[in-house]
Design a protein around this ligand. Structure first.
Ligand code: CTP
Length: 390
């Protein structure tokens, strides 16, 4: 694809250098367009050296550059998109080469906002983004983390790797989950004892988030119902939840039209029968009750052809327990995770699993990154969607 990479003037312009390199590495023809403010952060020579064409000088360069760039682009990516750039674009201004190119193009546009938290949360910015979204502009949401000047908060530009992954998922060659709706649950639910304390478990949500990210990269439209405090991957719809009851409601709604449901969450098995309204000051006699079995409810209500994936975190006799759970839960795939194995399970960046299917098929996935494990799970999901059974 011919990609115009617009760079506006924020500190994240230094990360746009990597976006440029990754887009070129992915085989795209990249033309960088920098605002004057962007040139104060990073030299044009840096982009010219990495991109497929040098950075054009500006609107007044010969050959009507904005119409040439706008008309020939297959995609325009603006990274970083500052509050000022978003405002000028939303208002239809065309006072520099980047905004003029944005107006002159009919190609899809992706913006990757980056700014301080106060600016990101300002109603003017929110409204400008809402206008742009209504016009079909895609947004790669910022993450939270370190900002310029040492502040911490939301507004940090998404990582270059995620920006390029969103571009590939939205506009690249169709992946094997293109057009499929995938719902993933992740993280350990928290069940309130009182307003201050909760019962929870050791699940980090990393494996579930990795499945959501992998499904996004394979072209799916992803909803992530997450109880994890980790940053969710950009480019997926996120429904944050806390308790098993919240998760049950969110999953029920999200799964109604889903093609694939991956229940990677570690749902608390028990919750306090009643949670105190005010902070408890003496050790209570906790009375616990079981939480609803979310996946069993989803299995009972599943639409024809929907592929349902469960997880089982075990510490002993994992395979035998997994087989029994596969039958009991009525799922198509059960990912058995022996969380006592070194480097596997809770909070690790790596995992090692066995994927069980009715009929006896077992796929052993050796120790590797949670992202690679996610892709191995989705390989089996795709096989089942395509009608292959065990
Ligand atoms: N699960 C669920 N709702 C619950 C408990 C678990 O949907 N209340 C889902 C999990 O997300 C997972 C699968 O069921 O996909 C298996 O979870 P696990 O905790 O291993 O199974 P349990 O039903 O709790 O069985 P046991 O406690 O006997 O191991």
């Amino acid at each position: 694809m011919r990609v115009v990479l617009g760079v506006s003037g924020g500190i994240a312009a230094y990360k746009a250098v990597e976006v440029c390199r990754r887009l070129v590495d992915a085989g795209h023809h990249v033309v960088p367009v920098m605002t004057d403010a962007a040139r104060r952060f990073v030299g044009a020579a840096t982009f010219s050296a990495l991109a497929s064409e040098p950075v054009p000088d500006g609107l007044w360069e010969g050959g009507i550059p904005h119409t040439r760039l706008g008309q020939t682009a297959d995609l325009v990516v603006v990274a970083p998109a500052t509050a000022d750039l978003l405002a000028r674009y939303a208002a239809g201004m065309a006072d520099d080469l980047l905004t003029a190119t944005l107006l002159a193009t009919r190609a899809p546009v992706v913006v990757c906002p980056a700014m301080h938290t106060e600016m990101w949360e300002h109603p003017a910015v929110e409204e400008n983004l809402a206008i742009l979204r209504r016009r079909g502009v895609r947004v790669v949401e910022p993450a939270s983390g370190r900002l310029a000047g040492g502040d911490v908060g939301t507004g940090r530009m998404a990582e270059p790797r995620d920006i390029v992954a969103c571009v590939a998922a939205w506009f690249g060659a169709p992946g094997d989950l293109q057009g499929r709706r995938v719902v993933v649950s992740a993280g350990g639910t928290r069940e309130a004892i009182d307003p201050v304390r909760v019962i929870t478990n050791r699940s980090s949500g990393k494996q579930g988030h990795a499945v959501a990210e992998a499904a996004r990269d394979r072209g799916a439209e992803v909803t992530l119902v997450t109880a994890s405090v980790l940053e969710p991957p950009p480019g997926v719809r996120v429904v944050p939840v806390e308790s098993a009851a919240d998760m049950e409601e969110a999953m029920r709604a999200a799964c109604e039209h889903a093609d694939v449901v991956v229940m990677a969450a570690a749902v608390a098995d028990f919750r306090p029968k009643a949670s105190a309204e005010a902070k408890i000051h003496e050790a209570p006699d906790l009375v616990l009750e079981p939480t609803p079995d979310i996946i069993a409810g989803l299995a009972a209500r599943r639409r024809p052809g929907q592929v349902l994936v469960g997880f089982a975190a075990e510490t002993d006799d994992a395979m035998a327990r997994g087989r029994r759970k596969l039958d009991r839960k009525g799922v198509d795939l059960l990912v058995v995770n022996d969380v006592s194995a070194p480097g596997a399970g809770f909070d690790h960046d790596t995992n090692e699993v066995t994927i069980l299917e009715p009929g006896g098929r077992a796929t052993v996935v050796p120790l590797q990154s949670k992202r690679a494990v996610a892709d191995a799970i989705l390989d089996r999901v795709v096989a089942r969607l395509q009608g292959e059974s065990a």
